[in-house]
Design a protein around this ligand. Structure first.
Ligand code: ADP
Ligand code: MG
Length: 400
């Protein structure tokens, strides 16, 4: 069966069991950012407009398999009710006879949010018995939680396996269309811009991209390791010395595949190695070939941004993962902001993934100019590694 999404399903009058991502930041029992709750509204409103009733479930925080009032989803029920403009009932648990009764009593148009899934260890363990208990609460399974799409948890993999029908929600559908379809069969030229702190955390992404892209930009601290692998002195910059061979292997593979690699040609440096990032100051711009021994490359320089602009100019598809510098300090943010501006000006499909890259694009104020910004950190990275995520695997295998 091909994967199905909510807008293709016959759900009129059905009771839906919806896995949402309400893992919202909280402080002293209050939600500090309700973006994720707002993001779920299109899926919920579509279902409600078709006369479905909704049983919603999510995890919140680092609950360890037992109830913990700190991580109660009760505040999320209240906020959702305000946003939906209708009552949202809250269940004191996510399984058990009382919760089953509450779910079965739901009438068309009514909404019930369950208590934190991770109050039971069966959730993260992917326990089939726990999944079967959850599955009794609804008739159609809907997954709209991209943030946990890479986790084979009970509510992600187990419930769809035993439920009569299952599909993805509208949020999951968008992630699938852009991270999946747009990047798997891209309109060419296809250029990837990569960066961030560590080659080690991006090896899978780099290797997968090499098999797909026409050009690969490497910036951020990751570039330091590649430049050192080519024999350049990187001074006191962040370098992963244990990955120099790996970097050489990636460069060789790129050459073999005809993928053009673009590395920085200049850097904004600092002479404050060892200090916390917030206290470091910029000490000028140097050529990539002449980083002084006591200096750290903290951001790509203006000539690099111009060079990268040229590499990106012909692109019809672009994926960007990883900031070009230590952008959290404004002194080292210009390279990353420059790349954001370049992408914003392209006539191309632009797809952004990765927690810090998303934050950086947020700082640039250019979010509206990007085609798609993924909502998942870890999940989008695994997607970009070419892995089939457990959420999509389940929907593909059990879609009916
Ligand atoms: P993402 O979350 O988007 O996948 P990463 O977590 O891989 O991105 O990388 C982001 C981090 O990389 C940021 O915290 C940033 O400060 C750091 N970084 C980027 N370039 C440098 C650099 N030249 N030196 C030190 N840190 C860097
Ligand atoms: Mg990160």
């Amino acid at each position: 069966m091909p994967m199905r999404f909510l807008d293709e399903m016959d759900i009129d009058g059905k009771r839906l069991f919806v896995r949402v991502d309400y893992n919202v930041p909280m402080k002293d029992g209050a939600i500090t950012d309700d973006t994720r709750i707002k993001a779920s509204l299109p899926t919920l409103e579509l279902a409600l407009s078709k006369g479905a009733s909704l049983v919603l479930c999510s995890h919140l925080g680092k609950a360890k398999g037992a109830p913990d009032p700190k991580f109660s989803l009760a505040p999320a029920a209240k906020r959702l009710s305000e946003l939906l403009g209708r009552p949202v009932a809250f269940a004191p648990d996510c399984v058990g006879p009382e919760v089953l009764k509450m779910a079965q009593a739901l009438k068309s148009g009514e909404v019930l949010l369950l208590e934190n899934l991770r109050f039971h260890e069966g959730e993260t363990k992917g326990d089939p018995a726990f999944a079967a208990e959850l599955a009794r609460l609804g008739e159609v399974y809907v997954n709209d939680a991209f943030g946990t799409a890479h986790r084979p948890h009970a509510s992600v993999s187990g419930v769809p396996a035993v439920m009569a029908a299952c599909c993805g929600g509208l949020l999951l559908k968008k992630e699938w269309e852009f991270l999946g379809k747009a990047l798997e069969s891209p309109v060419r030229p296809y250029v990837a811009a990569t960066g961030g702190a560590k080659v080690s955390s991006k090896l899978g992404v780099l290797r997968h991209l090499l098999s797909k892209v026409d050009s690969l930009i490497i910036g951020g601290a990751m570039a330091n390791t590649f430049l050192k692998a080519q024999g350049l002195g990187m001074g006191a910059s962040l370098v992963e010395d244990d990955l120099l061979d790996e970097a050489r292997a990636i460069l060789a593979e790129a050459a073999e595949k005809g993928v053009r690699i673009a590395l920085p040609v200049d850097f904004v440096i600092s002479r404050d190695a060892g200090k916390p990032l917030g206290e470091m100051t910029a000490a000028g711009v140097v050529d990539a070939k002449s980083v002084p021994a006591d200096a750290s490359a903290m951001d790509v320089g203006p000539a690099t941004v111009e060079f990268f602009a040229g590499v990106l100019a012909p692109a019809k598809t672009v994926v960007w993962n990883g900031p070009m510098g230590a952008f959290e300090n404004p002194a080292f943010a210009e390279g990353t902001m420059g790349v954001a501006r370049i992408l914003a000006g392209l006539d191309a499909v632009t797809v952004i993934g990765g927690g810090d890259t998303i934050a950086a694009v947020g700082l640039s104020g250019l979010e509206d100019k990007m085609t798609f910004i993924s909502t998942g950190g870890g999940a989008s990275l695994e997607f970009m590694e070419g892995k089939e995520l457990p959420a999509f695997k389940a929907l593909r295998e059990y879609g009916k």
